[in-house]
Design a protein around this ligand. Structure first.
Ligand code: PMP
Ligand code: GLN
Length: 381
């Protein structure tokens, strides 16, 4: 067998969650809450199952849920989008990303991604025959080097992948960055894939620089989000893409043959909950900022050093004062096996990891008692 993805193995998320389960460690590795989504949302799924909402939803997603996405986009980002022609519900953001890439990438196309980079982009690109050009974000703040980006753009560049708030660093880009990007690609045939799954997890009063706010960039963008993150139900694997009608049409051609549609009763429940509880969105940043602050305040007593994440539910921490001789993969294993806290090494999100990097990622989407227990163990090292 000649593998089509020779460089792909088991994801770090599976590896570390399995190790956490085997060793009984607290799992702060793979990103998911250890608490449940809202009662009313979960109760609605059962009700819609019993009400007979169990057959295929329309290919583009349940109209009521697409309407809710359009309402949200208008109220948060000031953009009027058509629920019919610009919003597509997908079985998770991962599937949305795959479909967006396959909708526009042809063999030989180049796609610029910023390292450390979420792991699902490159395999999707490879399967489409595209080539990822990895541009490292500048340390220590994980910012885009605009000159290097300008230099990386070639006539073969067909797409740039943005991810803000950024996994794993928690860094944000701002509206001025979007303007810079627009000026770089203005006269070029380059699409944008904007992975905004953590759009509501933005702290300290910052604003999420959604591509949906930017008229010029939106015209060439696929903007992806995930209900899993927003409603604490990652296992529901339900997300969406907002893109101009012409791009949505192409995306839907792929989506209709990758999955055709998403799970029907989940879409009913989400639509109903979004309509009844718009406050959930505005409360989310405060909810997660409190978790970040609890975890960081406790971790301040440890030998880890860190700058508080500006967004996402991930906190990076530098362990140079603890085991500088270990690379981050070995450090994550050691923390899991010997200290009962599972983490994610960030070198796996790089094509060429920075040699000096001594950073691991903690997920703080956890109950207060989990965060306290984890911090206690980390402070004892
Ligand atoms: N993009 C990023 C940056 C993520 O962290 C995740 C994590 N789950 C996804 C996409 C995928 O989201 P989903 O679970 O909805 O497929
Ligand atoms: N996005 C999650 C994370 O970054 C993992 C999702 C997955 O397991 N594929 O931890």
């Amino acid at each position: 067998l000649i593998s089509k993805l020779p460089n792909v193995g088991t994801t770090i998320f599976t590896t570390m969650s399995q190790l956490a389960a085997q060793t009984g460690a607290l799992n702060l590795s793979q990103g998911f809450p250890d608490f449940d989504g809202p009662d009313a949302l979960r109760e609605a799924v059962g009700r819609h199952v019993m009400a007979g909402h169990n057959q295929y939803a329309p290919m583009t997603g349940l109209p009521a849920l697409r309407d809710q996405v359009a309402i949200k986009v208008a109220s948060l980002y000031g953009r009027q989008v058509s629920a019919d022609s610009e919003v597509t519900i997908t079985p998770g953001a991962t599937q949305a990303i795959f479909c967006a890439i396959h909708a526009v990438i042809r063999p030989g196309d180049e796609v610029i991604v910023f390292d450390p980079c979420y792991d699902s982009y490159e395999p999707a690109m490879e399967l489409a025959g595209g080539l990822c050009i990895h541009q490292p974000l500048s340390l220590p703040d994980f910012t885009i080097d605009w000159q290097k980006l300008a230099d990386a753009i070639t006539p073969r560049t067909r797409m740039i992948v943005l991810n803000t708030p950024h996994n794993p660093s928690g860094a944000l880009i701002d509206l001025a960055d979007l303007d810079r990007l627009a000026s770089l690609i203005r006269d070029k045939d380059i699409y944008l894939l904007s992975d905004e799954v953590y759009e509501h997890l933005v702290f300290d009063g910052h604003e999420h620089a959604s591509v949906l706010r930017h008229e010029e960039l939106y015209q060439r963008a696929f903007v992806v989000s995930s209900f899993g993150k927003t409603y604490h139900v990652t296992g529901w694997k339900t997300g969406y893409v907002v893109a101009p009608a012409a791009l949505s049409t192409e995306l839907r051609k792929v989506h209709q043959y990758v999955s055709f549609t998403g799970v029907t009763p989940l879409q009913w429940a989400l639509a109903e909950f979004m309509a009844a509880h718009p406050e959930h969105l505005s409360e989310l940043a405060g909810f997660y900022q409190a978790k970040r602050d609890l975890f960081c305040d406790l971790l301040a007593e440890s030998r880890f050093s860190f700058t508080r994440a500006a967004g996402t539910y991930f906190q990076l921490a530098d362990y140079s004062e603890i085991r500088p001789e270990l690379d981050d993969v070995a450090m994550s294993q050691w923390l899991t096996r010997e200290h009962g806290v599972a983490t994610i090494p960030i070198s796996v999100f790089y094509q060429t990891p920075p040699a000096e990097s001594r950073l691991v990622r903690f997920c703080f989407a956890k109950r207060e008692e989990t965060l306290r227990q984890a911090a206690e163990r980390l402070c004892a090292i």
